[in-house]
Design a protein around this ligand. Structure first.
Ligand code: UTP
Length: 289
């Protein structure tokens, strides 16, 4: 099993980041000097993905424009001798083969993934949520792809979370297999602490197989009245072998204000142009607080 394609669902309404996300897609908010979605595409590309489908909606056309050439701007940068800026602007447009499909109604993550059926065909595919940035030595989706290829099975990315926080995620019932790799026996969406199946939650990365599409098409709305991917995965893990990878890396949920600010500070501290300055700035601030 070889994974060559990825889907980035990015058609959510971003209500946790209003009013900023009323007209600017949350995936296009700047994370230091690049939009959030560029980090996610770079992770996919670093994991060997060649073709990427972004699921968008009518309010998100800024994304298609960003991954296109912009001759007028490029000429201006060229004439001004701004080689570094020119290279960066071009690089974004040349990262991968990027395709788009619209989710015409905001009916949930499961419904958004269903829009990718024709793009995917009969191959396994990776899914990277458009607002979850991962910082890791080995790209996180690559860690999942390796397990999917080794076990010929769909895979979910998991990490242990505070039991008080599990109701924000899906919990998974897992069976140990080898270091960091588990079998998946069951899962539930946004459980209460007492309903949780373990302290492990599914966090923003998946490798799926095409059987998921028939399952998603026949699903009834679940939690919040939406077509929930977790309900589809629950059905899939009952039909065939599914694995979970306790991935190495730090996840940032940039779809909420705190996660967005944590990522901004960590990334700016590592950035060669802002790192040393921000460290001093934060130290000075800490002294007066
Ligand atoms: P989230 O619940 O994190 O995103 O969905 P949201 O719905 O945009 O956020 P809030 O809760 O209103 O702030 C998880 C992922 O699924 C996508 C989102 O874009 C995000 O990547 N999604 C969600 C869709 O593509 N379509 C949907 O109908 C719902």
């Amino acid at each position: 099993m070889k994974v060559r394609k990825a889907i980035i669902p990015a058609a959510g309404l971003g209500t946790r980041m209003l009013p900023a996300t009323k007209t600017v897609p949350k995936e296009m908010l700047p994370m230091v000097d690049k939009p959030v979605i560029q980090y996610i595409i770079e992770e996919a590309v670093a994991s060997g993905i060649e073709d990427i489908l972004i699921v968008t909606n009518r309010a998100k056309s800024a994304m298609d424009d960003y991954f296109d050439y912009y001759p007028e701007l490029e000429e201006r940068l060229d004439r001004a001798g701004k080689e570094k800026e020119l290279a960066e602007v071009r690089r974004a447009a040349d990262l991968a083969n990027i395709f788009y499909v619209r989710q015409k109604e905001t009916k949930g993550l499961g419904h958004a993934i269903g829009r990718a059926r024709h793009f995917v065909g009969n191959e396994p595919f990776a899914v990277l949520l458009g607002d979850d940035i991962m910082r890791a030595e080995k790209p996180v989706i690559g860690q999942l792809i390796r397990a999917a290829e080794a076990y010929s099975a769909p895979v979910v990315g998991i990490q242990r979370v505070d039991p008080e926080q599990i109701s924000k995620y899906s919990s998974v019932k897992i069976l140990p297999k080898e270091d960091r790799i588990y079998g998946v026996a069951d899962m539930n969406e946004k459980p209460t602490k007492s309903e949780r199946l373990s302290d492990y939650a599914i966090l923003g990365r998946y490798v799926l197989t095409p059987e998921i599409f028939d399952i998603l098409e026949n699903l009834k709305p679940g939690f919040g009245g939406e077509i929930q991917l977790t309900d589809g995965l629950r059905e899939l893990c009952k039909r065939r072998n599914m694995m979970a990878v306790d991935f190495e890396g730090r996840r940032y949920d940039t779809g909420n204000l705190r996660g967005f600010l944590e990522a901004t500070i960590d990334f700016a501290l590592e950035h060669p142009e802002t790192g040393a300055w921000l460290k001093r700035f934060l130290k000075d601030k800490a002294e007066i607080l």
